[in-house]
Structure formats: structure tokens, C-alpha cells
Design a protein around this ligand. Structure first.
Ligand SMILES: Nc1ncnc2c1ncn2[C@@H]1O[C@H](COP(=O)(O)OP(=O)(O)OP(=O)(O)O)[C@@H](O)[C@H]1O
Length: 284
């Protein structure tokens, strides 16, 4: 996955470490890129470094080494106060909508913040009600407060606000896990459509390979801070090359209760994975 001058986002040899009682290397030499109008999924089990990578992409995490560039320019570290205007064209949706919405500000006002960011970059204006409709919420919700909404409604508002800023690049970190199972696929598909209608790129982080298969052009699989496999989503789904990807796929429930893979993959998984994914690997 080498960088091209046309990339919207280019991450090169990224290393992120946390220094506490011990050093945790959360991201260990990751390179990836996203072209305009492309959906890239980042999958992997909890703790593999997905959120650390996402935060670095939007300038919220300082890399130990390596680089993150957006349209060929290094993404600046977010200031204590606010990010430079140019970089409002990168928006992030967090797993927990409470971390981006203010419970004491009306929903309409919060979406208007996104609209203002778009206007400041010379983009066309829009109304908060339009964005509520696009994410499947009633327009009357403009006058409600975030704390009056359900978790799923809040997440839709967070998505509406991010999209209202008309980003070129949308980074969505587990954006659908707060939603009920029946609406996860439709909201993921809506994000894909809205991002692509705007010609934006979408970095979609999830542990749900079934949904990723539906919406992502390419998929990157992370394990313990490193990329173990990447490629066209359909290929990864049909012919996972790496034993870890095979284990992730086999852990997806199927009607027969045996996981999604029809036959046992040939590759032998290293013993260390047996401890991290025992249930999945029992079926591999
Ligand atoms: N601020 C921090 N300080 C110390 N360690 C951290 C910090 N943030 C993350 N880590 C560690 O870095 C590793 C990667 O964490 P990260 O949140 O990036 O993983 P993730 O794949 O997003 O997990 P999840 O799916 O559970 O959100 C984990 O071992 C985590 O404990």
C-alpha cells in the first residue's frame, strides 16, 4: 500500500507509544493511504491500536515516529484550543458520542457548528434539519438537548454534525457500536453514501467484518499494532490469507453456529493467538 501523490491521506511507518509504568507500543510501523472517494476499513480486536491510529490521523496523538499527511501536508497536532481551519476538512466520529457532543447545547446548534466550519472554508451553506433528515432523525430534534436523546440518536447527531462540516476525510472510530443491531448496517451504509456523495474519503474503524464487507472498498487488518493483511474487502472476506484474519472471520456467528468460514483454513495459527482468540481459533 504505497503512497501516491493523489492520496487524500497518507500514513507512513507510524509508531505510537504510551509511556507509563511500562512502554506500550500501540501502533508499530503502520502505513496506509486513502484516495478521494474511497472507503478504507480498519479492523482488528480490541486493543490492537485502531483508535490510537485514528487519533493520530486527526492530529490528536503525537507519533513517536513516522508521518501522517493529508493532501500532501503534515497533519498538525491539535492545539490545546482548536485545530487550524484548513483541517476542519478532516472530521472524526467517535465510538462514544458523548465525547463529541455537549449535553447542554441544543442539537441544532451543535450541527450548526459543523455547518459554520464548512462555510469558513467557502463551502455551501445548509440547515441543521437537512442533516437530521439525512441521518434518519426527525427534524423536530433540532431543539432537543443531547442528554435527552438515546445513545443511538446521539450517535446519529454526532455523524450529522461531522458530515455537516462537509469533510474531505471522515474518520469514524467504531461509529455504529452504540447503535442497535438492526440499524448498524443501514447507518454504516448511509455514512458510506453521504461521504462518497461529497467525494470524501472514509476511514471506517470496526471490529465487525460483516459490515465492513458491505461498505469498504479495501480493508486493513491490524493485530498488536501492526498490519497483518490488507486488500480489496471482498477478497479478504472470500480468501483471507492471514491466519489472524481467518480467525476473525471464523468468529462471526453463522446460522450453523460454526462461524462464517465453510472449511478449516490450511494455515496454522501461531500459539500466541490461541490465547488472544481462543474461541475463534478453536474453529480454525
Ligand atoms: N492513553 C493511553 N495510555 C496508555 N496506554 C494506552 C493509551 N491509549 C491506549 N493505550 C493502549 O494502547 C493499546 C492500543 O489501544 P487502542 O485504544 O488504540 O486500541 P483499539 O484497537 O482502538 O481498542 P478498542 O477497539 O478497544 O477501542 C492498548 O494496549 C491500550 O491499552
Amino acid at each position: 500500500m504505497s503512497a501516491s501523490p493523489n492520496d487524500l491521506l497518507s500514513v507512513t511507518d507510524l509508531v505510537i507509544e504510551y509511556h507509563g509504568a511500562s512502554v506500550v507500543r500501540a501502533v508499530d510501523g503502520v502505513s496506509l493511504s486513502i484516495a478521494p472517494g474511497e472507503v478504507l476499513a480498519l479492523v482488528g480486536e480490541s486493543g490492537c491500536g485502531k483508535s490510537s491510529l485514528a487519533r493520530a490521523v486527526v492530529g490528536m496523538e503525537k507519533p513517536r515516529s513516522g508521518s501522517v499527511s493529508y493532501r500532501g501536508q503534515a497533519v498538525p497536532l491539535l492545539g490545546v484550543r482548536r485545530r487550524p481551519t484548513a483541517f476542519t476538512s478532516i472530521q472524526m466520529v467517535f465510538q462514544d458520542p458523548n465525547s463529541s457532543l455537549n449535553p447542554r447545547i441544543r442539537v441544532g446548534t451543535q450541527i450548526t457548528e459543523g455547518i459554520r466550519a464548512a462555510l469558513a472554508r467557502g463551502e455551501a451553506g445548509s440547515k441543521p434539519e437537512e442533516w437530521l433528515e439525512r441521518v434518519g432523525l426527525p427534524t423536530a430534534m433540532v431543539s432537543r438537548y443531547a442528554h435527552e436523546l438515546s445513545g443511538g440518536q446521539r450517535q446519529r447527531v454526532a455523524i450529522a454534525r461531522a458530515l455537516a462540516a462537509r469533510p474531505d476525510l471522515l474518520v469514524a472510530d467504531e461509529p455504529i457500536s452504540a447503535l442497535d443491531a438492526s440499524s448498524q448496517a443501514s447507518v454504516a451504509d448511509m455514512m458510506r453514501r453521504l461521504a462518497l456523495d461529497a467525494g470524501a474519503g472514509l476511514l471506517f474503524i470496526s471490529h465487525d467484518l460483516a459490515i465492513v464487507r458491505l461498505i469498504a472498498d479495501r480493508t486493513v487488518v491490524m493485530y498488536r499494532g501492526q498490519i497483518v493483511e490488507s486488500g480489496v474487502s471482498e477478497r479478504i472476506w472470500e480468501e483471507p490469507a492471514h491466519p489472524y484474519t481467518q480467525a476473525l472471520l471464523s468468529a462471526i456467528p453463522a446460522p450453523d453456529g460454526r462461524g462464517i468460514l465453510p472449511a478449516a483454513p490450511a494455515a496454522e495459527a501461531p500459539a500466541e493467538w490461541r490465547s488472544s482468540l481462543p474461541a475463534a481459533l478453536d474453529r480454525v
